[in-house]
Design a protein around this ligand. Structure first.
Ligand code: ATP
Ligand code: MG
Length: 218
């Protein structure tokens, strides 16, 4: 069995930047790494991603949004995450089930039981071993995300960035509550520092968890 690490946090906290750095460092250390993301990570789920993040889809209802996330996840877990873990890889995923709890339950107000049911249906028993939560003030995260969107020539994936600050504050609080409930699974890092400083808080923790695992299976 491999090792499953997810990255979580509000828009612009630095997930994609940090997950790429970690992937490079783990590969340089000789690990077999699968780097993937949600929503998306495979062709069918990427098509669902474009519906979910298209700012033109403002009329999307919360339950439709939740079900699209679940559909994308079911495909991605079955096609990418589970086979990679079964093959012994370290799987790094940019957002996963905790994002659905933080955004669709804490943010949108869908009851937690419904979100949990769909998450377990989509995951078929796959659970993160470690979740890196990059905690960040929503005003700072949104400003970074806005700058990234303005600088990018790709599709404007900004449906969530256009939500009010209060929504993002509920999402942040939702993430922190999840982390408080599962302190062993979560590593909380302060997202307000430099890229290097945040990476320096993540890399040694991940390396020592992977070492522990190596000794445990011996
Ligand atoms: N620690 C940092 N300090 C300053 N800028 C940063 C930092 N980390 C990332 N950035 C920049 O901020 C922008 C957003 O970062 P990134 O794309 O990694 O965030 P994200 O959490 O993946 O966002 P999203 O949720 O929108 O995918 C990027 O332009 C990135 O270069
Ligand atoms: Mg990102």
């Amino acid at each position: 069995m491999g090792y499953f690490i997810t990255f979580e946090g509000i828009e612009g906290c630095g997930k994609t930047t940090q997950i790429r750095l970690l992937a490079e460092r783990l590969k340089a250390a000789g690990r077999h790494v699968t780097l993937t993301r949600e929503p998306g990570g495979c062709a069918i789920a990427d098509q669902i991603r474009s519906i979910l993040l298209d700012a033109g889809n403002r009329a999307m209802l919360p339950h439709a949004e939740l079900l699209l996330y679940a559909a994308a996840r079911a495909q991605h877990v079955g096609e990418v995450v589970k086979p990679a873990l079964d093959g012994g890889n370290v799987v790094l995923c940019d957002r996963f089930t905790d994002a659905t709890i933080a955004y669709q339950s804490s943010g949108r107000g869908i009851d937690r039981g419904t979100v949990d049911t769909l998450n377990s249906l989509a995951c078929g028993g796959v659970r993160p071993d470690l979740t890196v939560l990059i905690d960040c003030d929503p005003a700072q995260g949104l400003e970074r995300a806005r700058r990234r969107i303005e600088a990018s020539s790709g599709p404007r994936e900004e449906r969530f960035e256009l939500e009010a600050l209060a929504f993002h504050q509920r999402v942040r609080d939702g993430y922190l509550a999840l982390a408080a409930g599962e302190p062993h699974r979560f590593l909380i890092v302060d997202g307000s520092g430099s890229v290097e400083r945040i990476a320096a808080a993540i890399t040694p923790q991940v390396s020592s968890r992977l070492e522990e695992l190596h000794h445990a299976v011996r």
